[in-house]
Design a binder for this molecule. Structure first.
Ligand code: ADP
Length: 555
């Protein structure tokens, strides 16, 4: 800008200079013409007086004195009577000369003619005398161009000098002019003290600043909202561009791939993980095709959904969503195993029933054994019924959408009721039952909690020693209701404690069958505890006894 302003100023100075030089020359030339005219007319008047008084002799007398102008006296017929510069014999009749013609007609005549010499011109002034002759004075001078040409070196000198001066001044002035503009603080446009003419521009910049700041703040807020939402997602979310570079990655995804620390924006997705499934899904999404893959990360399984993002039918990138499907996969596996186990568990008593019935049908059982065979069929059928009942309860609890209504209930009442029902079994096994219970209110389903306490107490009796004891304790503890069932029984080997809650798992298979167990009781109890927002834990010392503790939130 500085250069431009400087050049324009110089150009302006040069043009102005040339124009003013030309105009001065023109004025000067006109002035010169005027002077010549005045000089010639006054000279003519002066000589005219002398001539009229003294005649032609006067002209001869002053011939030497008038060096600047040529004096010519022309007769009324046009013949030259006297000429101060040219021999009369060389001069022809002047009757047709415009200034003579005009003087003869009007008394005064004037004319300007180019002379033979290039660049010079002659001014003629003629006046008619009283005797009819015409006195003419002429003066030769340079024409405009020649006058100008003559003064060219002088003009060039002036131009050069003025131009140098103008350059210096233009440079100084440009700097001075641009200084406030260069010093403008565009960050704070309204705080500038500059040219008034710049005020609208500065105001506009200020408004633009404000708008940009507002937009940045809005964008920042949106980004924060997006981050807050995506960071609170359990699912991993990754956005990549068309080159596979990471645009955004939420905390969950970072935790899955990196343990949650590294900043990965701007890096290629392959830096996050080199799993072939991930690469395949990314390639597919960036080619415009939605893809799904199962990724195994650590001990967990994730379902990856990779969707392409289009903008005006061009692929701009992809959205990768990672869902933890470990539980689903595990419960799917569990369900498969459960179906296999159920078939097996059902088949055993049915095979026995069918065997006994076949023997009876074919008359292969002695009369006196028929009752015992019938008893065995009854036992197996009862086992079958118990098994089916337990399966029904489990599937009831498995259906998460089936909501059994909860109510405020005193757990002590339920425990007391269970205990009184188990009294005969305890007596039969020679087990002493003891209970220490406080009133404990919880929000629960009485039928289910009855089932839970029954299972724990029944196990404590079943897997006990002869003359052993069972101690049931119930009390509120902080915000929890704590129910513990302690027995002095067989105990559970340490390595099997974790497995007793699995479906159909039994520590001692033969003993469990003897006691009529299905292997589902603890599994059902654990489900019931979870359904009430509680937990069921087992502590056991093999050979000494077991403590089962259930905890629930108090009402
Ligand atoms: P079951 O119908 O066989 O009793 P459970 O699910 O109730 O099935 O229990 C699973 C297994 O855990 C039992 O077979 C038994 O081996 C063991 N068990 C449960 N409770 C006790 C206990 N109080 N003392 C010792 N072992 C126990």
């Amino acid at each position: 800008m500085k250069k431009k302003v400087f050049h324009q100023m110089c150009g302006l100075v040069l043009v102005t200079l040339l124009l003013s030089m030309a105009m001065v020359s023109f004025v000067f030339y006109n002035q010169l013409k005027e002077d010549i005219h005045r000089e010639l007319s006054s000279g003519t008047a002066y000589i005219k007086t002398g001539l009229e008084a003294e005649g032609v002799d006067y002209l001869l007398a002053i011939e030497g004195q008038h060096k600047d102008s040529r004096i010519t006296l022309v007769g009324a017929d046009g013949d030259v009577i006297f000429d101060s510069e040219v021999d009369l014999s060389k001069l022809n009749n002047h009757k047709d000369r415009p200034e003579i013609k005009e003087a003869l007609q009007t008394g005064v005549g004037e004319a300007v003619r180019m002379s033979d010499t290039i660049g010079r011109q002659t001014y003629y002034y003629a006046e008619k005398l009283s005797d009819g002759t015409v006195l003419r004075l002429s003066s030769t001078t340079d024409n405009v161009l020649a006058t100008l040409m003559k003064s060219v070196p002088f003009l060039l000198g002036i131009i050069f000098f003025v131009l140098c001066l103008a350059l210096l001044l233009a440079n100084y002035q440009t700097k001075r002019f641009l200084e406030p503009i260069n010093a403008l603080d565009l960050e704070h446009p309204m705080e500038n003290d500059s040219y008034d003419e710049l005020s609208p521009l500065l105001l506009r910049i200020h408004q633009q600043h404000q708008r940009i700041e507002e937009q940045i703040a809005e964008l920042g807020q949106r980004q924060q909202e997006f981050k807050a939402i995506t960071d609170n997602m359990k699912e991993g979310l990754i956005l990549i561009d068309a080159e596979g570079l990471i645009l955004s990655v939420n905390q969950s995804a970072l935790a899955l791939f990196h343990g949650g620390s590294s900043v990965t924006e701007g890096r290629h997705i392959s830096n996050l993980n080199r799993d072939s499934g991930l690469q395949k899904a990314v390639d597919s999404a960036l080619a415009g095709v939605t893809a799904e893959e199962i990724l195994s990360l650590g001990s967990k399984l994730f379902q990856l959904h990779a969707n392409p993002v289009f903008e005006q039918s061009r692929i701009k990138g992809a959205v990768l969503l990672l869902l933890d499907v470990t539980k689903e996969r595990e419960s799917e596996k569990m369900r498969r195993e459960f179906s296999a186990n159920v078939s097996h568990e059902l088949k055993t008593p049915l095979t026995a029933i069918s065997g006994f019935a076949e023997l009876l049908r074919d008359g292969l059982v002695k009369q006196e054994d028929i009752a015992s065979f019938g008893g065995k069929i009854f036992e197996e059928a009862a086992r079958l019924i118990a098994l089916i009942n337990d399966i029904i309860k489990l599937s009831e609890l498995d259906e998460n959408d089936v909501l059994l209504p909860k109510e405020r209930m005193d757990l002590r009442e339920t425990a007391e009721a269970v205990l009184s029902r188990l009294e005969p079994l305890a007596k039969k096994n020679g087990i002493t039952l003891r209970m220490e219970a406080e009133v404990t209110w919880i929000n629960g389903v009485p039928r289910l909690l009855d089932e839970l306490i029954y299972n724990l107490c029944e196990n404590a009796i079943k897997y006990n020693r002869k003359n052993g004891s069972v101690f049931i304790k119930l009390r509120p503890e902080g915000k929890q209701a704590v129910l513990s069932v302690e027995d002095t029984g067989l105990g559970i080997p340490e390595e099997e404690i974790g497995r007793i809650f699995e479906r159909f798992y039994r520590v001692d298979k033969s003993h469990s069958k003897e006691t009529g167990g299905t292997g589902l009781g603890l599994s059902i109890a654990k489900h019931i505890a979870a359904y009430h927002g509680g937990e069921l834990l087992c502590k056991s010392i093999f050979g000494e006894g077991t403590v089962m503790t259930a905890r629930f939130p108090l009402f």
